[in-house]
Ligand binder design. Structure first.
Ligand code: FMN
Length: 146
């Protein structure tokens, strides 16, 4: 069964909720999904064996969280070219982090990216649950098709 890894960086838990919902959407499509906090990712070998990887960070002071920055430098060494990718994050008003992550995955890692980044003000408001699950479904479909 194809397998996805969803890695998140959060301060108050919103981005973790989005990560769990994306994982649900991937599972709806019949693929496996594991969810991990950036704090648990220490080696590039931890990216091995996945068909898809999604990275997510909340935006603070116009930037992704430091832990996600560190993990992206690790991922750069993991040869993720051609694997399915997605990016996401909770935000308040500007939401730069998911965009920056998406651009890095597309231009540096050369991953087979979902249609765009997922930015949500809250996982539980304004249709956020369905949007996050649908993003997972999109990733799942690309995994099954790839
Ligand atoms: C000190 C501080 C700075 C923030 N800076 C930004 C920002 O630059 N842009 C933005 O869109 N949201 C900003 N936010 C809002 C957070 O991104 C938002 O609360 C988000 O839901 C937090 O996600 P998390 O629970 O995953 O940490 C900021 C929040 C705080 C407390």
């Amino acid at each position: 069964m194809p397998k996805a890894l969803i890695v998140y960086a959060t301060r108050t838990g919103e981005t973790e909720k989005i990560a769990e919902l994306i994982a649900e959407g991937i599972r709806f499509q019949g693929a496996e999904a594991e969810v991990a906090n950036v704090t648990g990712i220490k080696k590039e070998a931890q990216f091995a064996g996945y068909d898809a990887i999604a990275f997510g960070s909340a935006t603070y002071h116009g930037q992704m969280m430091k832990g996600m920055e560190t993990v992206l430098f690790l991922a750069e060494k993991a040869n993720l070219e051609g694997k399915v990718g997605g990016s996401f994050g909770a935000f308040g008003w500007s939401g730069e982090a998911p965009d920056r992550i998406y651009d890095t995955m597309k231009n540096i890692f050369r991953m087979n990216m979902a249609s765009g980044p997922l930015r949500l003000k809250s996982a539980s408001l304004g249709g956020g649950i369905k949007m996050a699950q649908d993003y997972g479904r999109e990733i799942g479909k690309k995994m099954i098709g790839s």
